[in-house]
Design a protein around this ligand. Sequence first.
Ligand code: HPA
Length: 275
Amino acid sequence: MNAVYEKLTRCLEDVRKKTDFEPKVALVLGSGLGDFADGIKQECVVPYSDIAGFPVSTVPGHAGCFIFGYLGDVKVVCMKGRVHYYEGYPIEDVVLPTRLMRMMGAEYLILTNASGGINPSFKAGDLMMLTDHISSFAPNPLIGPNIDELGTRFPDMSHVYDEDVAGVIRECAKELGVDIKEGVYVMTTGPSFESPAEIQMFKKLGADAVGMSTVVEAIAANHMGMKIGGLSCVCNMAAGIQKTPLTHDEVQAAAAAVAPKFKALVAAVIKRLGE
Ligand code: HPA
């Protein structure tokens, strides 16, 4: 058996020792959204450390566990804490949790993150729905022997972010009175922030926001046929657009300030997906 797939099946077995919960929606919580899980009627919590070989985050503010439970009537699994490629994990480990949530039964994947704004009409504190992404500056998570059990060798990426999910996000944002931007997210490996010249390049390439996550997970999830929604908290304007130096503290503070409206939107979207 393919070694990556073998590891996935072992991880699934470890989860199944704790719970047989089959989520409909999987949710990855980005910076500042960590306490979203408090609003979930929790059935079971599985710390990542209970899953042999599971990648555990080293970033401050990214505690690690799966939370299983209900949001309204919708069965969800929520990742509190995720790993990033810049932490030094092989790319197949970065996408392992996403794949695992699909194997647990999740049909939908909601990816959230923090980003830097490139589109000049954005400002810090905006929310942006991902309409597409640029993956070319991060390694492709599907490199290596194809795992036929998960998906096809050359998966189409024309519609990574599901149109129906996008419609639900737009509707929920409107109902909540939350202004939501839309745009293309480019992923870099990090961990350094971008240079102003890189930001100008990304702008010419059509990117509206930049960050260090999400795209590789979206590729792996799309390979497995998940319906994906992406939401980004624009925490700062990107390097060179914003004249002050960027810091992780600033990103976290901005994410925390936006958290209430971000959480309300994510909760509404998940409930609607369950209808
Ligand atoms: N660049 C990359 N990642 C980020 C940024 C940024 O400006 N802000 C928050 N995450």
